[in-house]
Write a protein that binds this ligand. Structure first.
Ligand SMILES: NC(=O)c1ccc[n+]([C@@H]2O[C@H](COP(=O)([O-])OP(=O)(O)OC[C@H]3O[C@@H](n4cnc5c(N)ncnc54)[C@H](OP(=O)(O)O)[C@@H]3O)[C@@H](O)[C@H]2O)c1
Length: 414
């Protein structure tokens, strides 16, 4: 098992793909005559070599659904966690990952209102986004503005809706407040920074790898290196602390973030990036992160006048049935987009076949803004890897699974 992938020839890999096609075709189209589509398949939880592009039966829209010919999909940090099986109640593989896609409506199911063939749309789905065709219930589908590109749309939905709801629905962001955000150069981080700039005199404290600071200087007021002890630096600038802390790390920073809050300030936990310490799941990081969060003492919160909150957009949509609330937020966001107050930041575009390299870029902390899977893009040829940098994705691996030998693909930077 440990050697899986390392010595794999292309022929072997192709054979596995063919087996997978057979497996999924017999599971999903018993008649064997359904039309097929390309999709990214997660064959099991683990490293990058659990991902394959394969053929799969094309879905047809059910009652109240639209069938979307997909152009682009968002690749989120959460997709790395899903790949690792590092989430609560993961679905059983094989699965097609991905929670958001954009494209053109190709057909509509019965009793489907509000959409027509040819509409340009973006959609949330509960998995299955990374495919040439996706069917989604209309409650989770939104029309794209004419001027929005498919790359922008794939960088828009999840990042901006999550950022907006945390800032305005949970933290009640108002003029003159201050916000501290981790991973400020990433997809959600950049959405947070842009939305803060729509409110007068909001100060944004952004924490990010230092090579990103120049790129994010227009959207972030004060930035700090992720490895630095930013608490003292923030207090030097704002001795009272900050009004809102947005924590997507979930680890030793929970206590630090709470200590930075002003009275009546809000700390929002919305991710668990610290649980990803290598290419495969680390049980140690998993346990450490949850232990840190569960340690928060509610009595102290009341004595110190602090608010601690959690936010999960996908649970809100798919478990808690709040799609009309999300739709209202999307309308406000599209209005801000139309007024040119916000604009999604696209880091790079990747073919479906390049999904491993795209994920590796996130493991390496290389992205500024969002990574997009472009369904119509052909993979760029593999280049000899002359990089001397070491990848954090290799650290703390439980089973070495490298299948990319010494070659890499260069991203298409948008
Ligand atoms: N709750 C929700 O509804 C919701 C919605 C969307 C996203 N999220 C969460 O928000 C966070 C950001 O999501 P995103 O999709 O926008 O991703 P992202 O910020 O673009 O993710 C990549 C960046 O995260 C930082 N990072 C922090 N820990 C890391 C680690 N262990 N390995 C690699 N990079 C790490 C790196 O930036 P630096 O090196 O600059 O720190 C990296 O470049 C994630 O935790 C995600 O799960 C939550």
């Amino acid at each position: 098992m440990a050697k899986e992938g390392a010595d794999m020839t292309e022929e072997t890999e192709y054979m596995i793909d063919r087996n997978l096609v057979k497996e999924t075709a017999s599971a999903e189209s018993p008649a064997g005559n359904a039309k097929e589509m390309r999709a990214v398949m997660l064959t099991g939880f683990g490293g990058l070599n659990k991902l394959r592009v394969t053929k799969k039966a094309m879905p047809e829209p059910q009652d109240g659904e639209v069938k979307i010919r997909v152009k682009t999909c968002g690749l989120n940090f959460l997709d790395l966690m899903v790949r690792q099986g590092n989430i609560d109640n993961p679905p059983k593989p094989p699965i097609v990952p991905g929670f958001e896609c954009c494209g053109i409506v190709e057909s509509v199911g019965e009793n489907t209102e509000g959409f027509e063939i040819g509409d340009r749309v973006m959609a949330f789905v509960n998995y299955s986004a990374w495919a040439e065709v996706v069917c989604a219930p209309v409650d989770f589908v939104y029309k794209m503005p004419d001027e929005m590109t498919f790359a922008e749309a794939a960088a828009f939905s999840l990042n901006f809706v999550a950022a907006y709801m945390m800032l305005f629905e949970v933290a009640n962001l108002r003029e003159g407040m201050s916000v501290l955000v981790h991973s400020a150069g990433g997809g959600v981080g950049q959405a947070v920074a842009q939305l803060c700039s729509t409110v007068p005199n909001v100060i944004v404290f952004g924490i990010a790898s230092s090579f990103k600071h120049a790129a994010i200087k227009d959207s972030v007021t004060h930035f700090f290196d992720r490895n630095a002890d930013y608490i003292q630096d923030v207090k030097k600038i704002s001795p009272d602390g900050v009004d809102v802390v947005l924590d997507c790390l979930c680890g030793e920073n929970t206590g630090k973030g709470l200590s930075l809050l002003k009275p009546l300030g809000t700390y929002i936990l919305y991710g668990a990036s610290n649980m990803v310490t290598g290419e495969t799941k680390s049980f140690f990081s998993f346990a450490k992160s949850w232990w840190q969060v569960e340690k928060v003492n509610p009595i102290k919160l009341y004595e110190e006048n602090k608010v601690i909150a959690g936010f999960s957009l996908l649970n809100l949509l798919f478990k808690q049935g709040r799609c009309s609330l999300v739709k209202a937020v999307m309308d406000k966001l599209l209005c801000l987009y139309g007024q040119k107050k916000i604009k999604p930041v696209v880091d790079s575009l990747w073919a479906l076949e390049e999904v491993k390299e795209a994920m590796q870029r996130i493991h390496d902390r290389g992205n500024i803004g969002k990574l997009i899977l472009d369904v119509e893009k052909s993979p760029t040829p593999l280049m000899a890897n002359d990089s001397t940098e070491t990848s954090e994705a290799g650290e703390e691996e439980e089973e070495p699974e490298g299948d990319n030998d010494s070659k890499e693909r260069m991203p298409f930077i948008h």
